[in-house]
Design a protein around this ligand. Sequence first.
Ligand SMILES: NC(=O)c1ccc[n+]([C@@H]2O[C@H](COP(=O)([O-])OP(=O)(O)OC[C@H]3O[C@@H](n4cnc5c(N)ncnc54)[C@H](O)[C@@H]3O)[C@@H](O)[C@H]2O)c1
Length: 342
Amino acid sequence: MSVSKNFSAYRGRTVLITGGLGFIGSNLAHKLVELGGVEVILLDALLPDQGGNPFNVESVRDRVKIHAANMCDDWAVNHLVGGVDYIFNLAGSVSHLDSMLFPQRDLELNCAAHLALLEACRNFNPHVKIVFTSTRQVYGKPLYLPLDEQHRLSPLDVNGINKLAAEHYHLLYHRVYGTRSVCLRLTNTYGPRQLLRHNRQGFIPWFVRGALLGEEIELFGEGRQKRDMNYVDDVVEALLLAGADERCEGEVFNLGGDEPVMLSELAAELISMTGQGSVRCTPFPPERQLIDIGNCYSSYGKIESALGWRPRTPLQEGLRRTVDFYREHGRHYLTQDERTVS
Ligand SMILES: NC(=O)c1ccc[n+]([C@@H]2O[C@H](COP(=O)([O-])OP(=O)(O)OC[C@H]3O[C@@H](n4cnc5c(N)ncnc54)[C@H](O)[C@@H]3O)[C@@H](O)[C@H]2O)c1
């Protein structure tokens, strides 16, 4: 991992990561273990169809504590939050499509679970630091680009609405009870340890999978939508910076990538990098068209001014590291029939 900042604030501290067996949570856990001197606790319910995967922490298994529990479970959460210094609150359901198919479930995972966590903090650790991972989906269809934090908030799907509500819960508990919350609005994040089994958790891992298996990568429309992307190490760095800095409490920050890229360009890059795969343009499925936001990318100017964060991993390098990871470990992320990754 290329992060070179000094994260000494975490030394001798106890850190709880909710969603810690998932994609971003497990990468954060690896970084904290690498920093040394940090007690790392992971809470994860390994919910079906989400990115939780025990293999994600295989190599640090003896240096983290794992609690298999749902954050909605008051008893479990009440017992966990008491002694911790930092909470990285990453548990959640990522799929926008699923949120439209199963809105009550999204409400439970992206709202009720967070209220349960915040209530536990209010009762047992009111001044704990919490970094919450929100999404740039809270803006909805962009009125202008890049999106900054002043942009109108008008989510286009149930997931965006619930993530926005959860942001507000965190900010409310900060204002009223002194919980030291900060919210980061993530953009498309990619890298090792991300779910590859289905295409409802974002297009990047799905494209990576298609290229690795030499399959067709489907581009909706002609794949001309422009998106920004962050390599997961850069997101981990932002989380740690936000956790360590008191000045950002009560604030909301965008993350964002450097250069927006067309989806067709991303697919072409992966096909050329792996030497296999192809693209097929296909009309948008109606259920996706209804919640599509078109071109979308964020400005990271606010967090750059406040915390000195900017994305540091060029797309090609990030994709290379991602492809290398799955070439070595793909069998832990694919089904039995798909396991010959070349
Ligand atoms: N990956 C992205 O591109 C992206 C973009 C924007 C925002 N985010 C946000 O970042 C966070 C992490 O995303 P990710 O990509 O690592 O997702 P992920 O699916 O890989 O990991 C989420 C983990 O949370 C766990 N979980 C969910 N609800 C839970 C609950 N109630 N109790 C216990 N565990 C629970 C799941 O089992 C899973 O392991 C999410 O909140 C997501 O909304 C991610």
